[in-house]
Write a protein that binds this ligand. Structure first.
Ligand code: NIG
Ligand code: FE
Length: 392
């Protein structure tokens, strides 16, 4: 949008100007601007242009030459749980492999927890993520695995985000026949979570759900009106990615073990490849081949996979640094994947970029450029977060 005179008040309510932005990454038609300003009003971006021509607004934040980026979109997080598995991590660092077997430990702790404890843990993690620049987060169930415990998990997740995911098909709980459990997941359990869930997910893996079971679960969810996403090709090569593309899933997540036909299938589809390098870091596994996906033209997203087992980090900047250092993504590709790419993985076009009309979700960095996010790993560079136009 070009400069307009007077106070920008397009969306109604008090307007806020952020000016003296040293580098503004929009991921939109205006690209990357220097000496820029933006005005937000009614929770949306109302104006973007040169700082010298910014219209008046009710409030002002002087960015003092800092960089501004779109808020991070963490499109894959398992935040409804109790307890932790620090001892499992220590054992892994001493040589034990990650198998997903520890999921049952967290299931037991989660079932034993009351709503208040789960809610407090959710609030802690969502706040932790926001301090690190995350303005939208997807939250999965998957540590309940009974009708009641899955329903309350997704219900509690819905108190914190609109991007709720039902992962009743995380593992087959102890003492259950797998075929019976799959029918429960796609039947009464699905009915119980449906009022709160936007997405359905399944862990398609040896030791979890096989390809036919994964298809059955996702088809049931799709028939009930949910969008599909899948834990695919995390620990072994398999049919997960193929199933994602076949069923039109919004995202195939992990993508650690891909064949060239998997890469081609993703590139030829609108299924996003969501990479979760925090999981490879914390399980000491080889990282996914981001370059093959990008070079083939696939849409790539980055997310944390925050969970107490395979990736207990809520930090998108950390995942972005891993993507750059370990997966050979450029800093610009990694930032795009952590914002616009992950928004696409949630089939959202109102977030993940900063254009007039987009949601006013952004971070002011304590740095002159987005390059510093990977260049200065582990340093808290999020100076200020603005979510739906509100500085937090
Ligand atoms: O995405 N792969 C399955 N689920 C999680 C790990 C869950 C856990 O270990 O508790 C993941 O890595
Ligand atoms: Fe996961």
């Amino acid at each position: 949008g070009g400069p307009s005179g007077g106070a920008a008040n397009l969306g109604g309510g008090p307007s806020l100007v952020v000016d003296n932005i040293g580098e503004l990454t929009t991921h939109g038609p205006q690209g990357t601007l220097s000496d820029a300003a933006l005005v937000v009003s009614g929770g949306r971006v109302a104006w973007i242009g040169p700082s010298s021509r910014v219209p008046a607004a009710d409030r002002r934040i002087d960015a003092a030459g800092r960089a501004v980026i779109p808020g991070f979109v963490d499109s894959h997080a398992h935040l409804v749980f109790a307890g932790d598995r620090a001892a499992e991590f220590a054992a892994r660092m001493a040589g034990q492999p990650y198998t997903g077997g520890g999921i049952r430990t967290t299931v037991a702790a989660t079932r034993a927890a009351d709503d208040e404890l789960l809610r407090a843990n959710l609030a802690r993690l969502v706040a932790e993520a926001r301090r690190q620049g995350t303005t939208t987060i997807e939250i999965k169930s998957g540590y309940g695995l009974t009708v009641e415990d899955e329903a309350r998990s997704v219900r509690l997740a819905a108190e914190f985000t609109a991007e709720t995911t039902y992962l009743g098909a995380h593992v087959v709980p102890e003492g259950h026949d797998p075929a019976d459990y799959v029918r429960l997941v796609g039947g009464p359990m699905l009915e119980a979570v449906r009022p709160y869930a936007r997405w359905i997910d399944v862990f398609c893996e040896r030791g979890a759900f096989d390809p036919d079971q994964a298809r059955e679960v996702l088809r049931a969810g799709i028939a009930a009106g949910l969008g599909a996403r899948i834990h695919a090709n995390q620990l072994t090569a398999g049919e997960g990615v193929r199933i994602a593309v076949e069923l039109g899933a919004a995202s195939a997540d992990h993508c650690t073990h891909l064949s060239t036909s998997d890469v081609d299938a993703l590139a030829g589809s609108d299924t996003v490849a969501t990479l979760l390098p925090g999981a490879e870091f914390s399980t000491r596994s080889p990282y996914p081949d981001a370059r093959a996906l990008l070079d083939a033209g696939a849409t790539v997203a980055l997310a944390t996979d925050c969970n107490p087992g395979s990736s207990y980090t809520s930090s998108m900047p950390f995942c972005l640094a891993l993507a750059v250092r370990e997966m050979r993504m450029t800093p610009a590709e990694a930032l795009w994947a952590a914002t616009t790419g992950s928004a696409r993985a949630l089939r959202r076009d109102d977030i993940g970029h900063l254009d007039v009309g987009a949601r006013a979700d952004l971070s002011i960095l304590d740095a002159p450029s987005h390059l510093h996010l990977a260049y200065r790993p582990g340093v808290p560079l999020i100076h200020r977060v603005i979510q739906r136009g509100e500085p937090t």
